[in-house]
Design a protein around this ligand. Structure first.
Ligand SMILES: [Zn+2]
Length: 229
């Protein structure tokens, strides 16, 4: 084989008018995919569950090859697409019978904030990407966890938040970087602090303190500002 052989590199030694066939192949596969997703009943997606992501990847891979390769026929690819869609419909139908199966396929809603602190469930897992979560909250104009009564990670990965009314906002862990990054084990002034790991609120003296909730020792001065959106 010759390296940088332009004829092979650009056209894989196929005649130039194969490009016309590529055009035809692409239009067919595009139409098949479009119809398949319509049959699947997807109205459009903002974010996909794991199950749906697998479906989309499989469809994309099945549709791509016959667009490009001269030795891949359209019918096997169309059969793959139809099989995946039937499988998807079948699984979706089955999840209607068993909540457990549905949970396995679509994931489970996870409570992440409970009454202004990280929920026990989310602390135990320790798998929570705190940075990413704080980012999502800041986008919603949240300054500290005390403004949130409950927050959930939905099965599509989105975070839903439910707020305290202004007069019930509690002391909470600040999530603005200029405040959060001040977290320290050394306390220079006695006051109300928030555990930087779990958001638990405690009075901490200059001797420092251990979080009653998660046994960690880093604190951030708690704030109680109301939410302005
Ligand atoms: Zn803690």
């Amino acid at each position: 084989m010759e390296i940088f052989d332009w004829k092979r590199l650009l056209l894989n030694d196929l005649p130039p008018n194969f490009l016309l066939e590529v055009l035809f192949r692409s239009i067919i596969m595009f139409t098949v995919l479009l119809l398949a997703l319509k049959i699947a009943g997807k109205r459009g997606v903002k974010q996909l569950s794991v199950f749906e992501t697998v479906i989309i990847i499989s469809l994309g891979s099945a549709a791509g090859d016959p667009m490009l390769y001269d030795d891949v026929g359209l019918l096997p690819a169309i059969t793959v697409v139809l099989t995946i869609i039937l499988f998807y419909k079948g699984i979706t139908w089955l999840t209607g019978f068993s909540p457990k199966f549905e949970q396995f396929m679509e994931g489970k809603i996870q409570c992440i904030i409970d009454e202004g602190e990280f929920s026990l469930e989310s602390i135990k897992k320790e798998s929570l990407a705190q940075d990413e979560f704080f980012l999502e909250l800041r986008i919603k104009s949240i300054e500290h966890l005390g403004q949130i009564k409950n927050a959930y990670i939905e099965t599509n990965g989105e975070i839903s938040t439910f707020y305290y009314p202004d007069d019930q906002v509690k002391y909470g862990l600040p999530i603005l970087p200029q405040l959060f990054d001040e977290k320290s084990e050394i306390i220079t002034e006695k006051g109300i602090y928030a555990c930087s790991f779990c958001g638990n609120i405690q009075e901490v003296t200059t001797n420092g303190g251990i979080c009653e909730n998660c046994n960690k020792k880093e604190w951030v001065r708690a704030i109680k500002t109301i939410r302005i959106s």
